[in-house]
Design a protein. Structure first.
Length: 66
């Protein structure tokens, strides 16, 4: 799996689970993937908007996320 950061082709190590409460139900989780280098910047982007719910290793992505 590849990092979701624009132009990055590194292997993802992290899953940033998020939702937009204006569009998604409270239990819905969308996933952005992040390499170690982009984990903080992608997380900050989502956090500033109030979207970030949880960050987990990629091998712990919930089956119902997506």
């Amino acid at each position: 799996m590849t990092c979701s950061a624009k132009g990055c082709r590194l292997e993802a190590a992290w899953a940033l689970l998020w939702n937009n409460p204006k569009l998604h139900t409270a239990e819905r989780r969308k996933v952005w993937l992040a390499c170690d280098e982009h984990r903080v910047t992608l997380g900050d982007f989502l956090s500033l908007r109030g979207f970030l719910r949880e960050t987990v290793p990629v091998d712990e992505i919930p089956a119902d996320a997506g």
